[in-house]
Design a protein around this ligand. Structure first.
Ligand SMILES: O=C(O)CCC(=O)C(=O)O
Length: 268
């Protein structure tokens, strides 16, 4: 599998999101599909069902598959993901932070609200990248959309839970601002989204704003597994209030490098 080229690295840093074609073999995709389906049949303790009872489809969210499913753990340690993350971040070491499963079954109407990820995390630093890996073909209209260059705005927006109604996380930070209505100001921004085949992956920076429609397909599932990777400059930062996902028991103190049993070093 090819690692990101110099021009892809430059584009990731400029735009804050890039689609890397054919980054993972179909063998990985098949193994992860089986892990995802097993997880949905027997979810983890942080599972969230974001579709109201009686509404069509299902927006299913879960975390930390790597701790419960061999294929997900193998992906973290043995797939090209850590090398892709290292190159994009320009980092010598890579620490695995967490994973996030987002399934939208056919007909799901719930959007993924606009947000960026770092305000949810107790982490400071610039080297944090997510790999959003769809396990089914997705078209542009159902893919996550990214606001090009928003990771360079120097702004942090108040995090909200994804469930409809978007309640704020109860977390105080003087950096957090209310998120502008990005749909109302679409003309002011450039949006990135792609038609994707299994094996393609989107890499995006933890401060890049993004959101997604429901699953507009009546027949095609949209199983996506997002993994989060941190580089040399990432440090644990205590937040006053809630973080998401609520990963506790790691024993880190503010200013610590992230590496620990919960956040394993996978490269370097
Ligand atoms: O899959 C989605 O709908 C959203 C993904 C997302 O927000 C993320 O990976 O941070």
């Amino acid at each position: 599998m090819a690692l990101p080229t110099e021009s892809e690295i430059a584009r990731y840093r400029e735009d804050g999101a890039i689609c890397l074609r054919g980054a993972f073999s179909l063998d990985w995709i098949e193994r992860l599909r089986a892990a995802v389906d097993a997880d949905m049949a027997s979810p983890g303790p942080m599972v969230r069902l974001n579709t109201p009872a009686g509404a069509p489809g299902l927006f299913f969210v879960d975390f930390q598959l790597w701790q419960r499913h061999d294929a997900a753990r193998a992906f973290v340690h043995d797939s090209p993901a850590k090398d892709i993350a290292a190159r994009l971040m320009g980092s010598r070491e890579v620490v695995y932070y967490h994973d996030h499963l987002l399934v939208k079954e056919p007909g799901t109407q719930e959007r993924t609200p606009w947000h960026h990820d770092q305000p949810y995390y107790p982490i400071d630093g610039e080297q944090i990248v997510s790999l959003w890996l769809p396990l089914d073909p997705v078209d542009r209209a159902t893919c996550v959309e990214y606001v090009r260059g928003s990771h360079r705005w120097g702004r942090w927006f108040q995090p909200k839970f994804f469930k409809q109604g978007g309640v704020d996380l109860n977390v105080q930070d003087p950096r957090f601002e209310p998120l502008p209505d990005l749909d109302a100001e679409r003309g002011a921004h450039e949006f990135l989204a792609w038609d994707m085949e299994p094996g393609d992956v989107i890499a995006f920076h933890a401060l890049t704003l993004h959101g997604a429609s429901g699953n507009r397909s009546a027949s095609r599932r949209r199983r996506a597994w997002a993994t989060r990777w941190c580089g040399d400059d990432a440090r644990y930062a205590q937040r006053l209030g809630q973080v998401s996902p609520p990963l506790e028991g790691h024993g880190l103190k503010p200013g610590d490098r992230l590496e620990c049993a919960m956040f394993p070093k996978v490269l370097g």
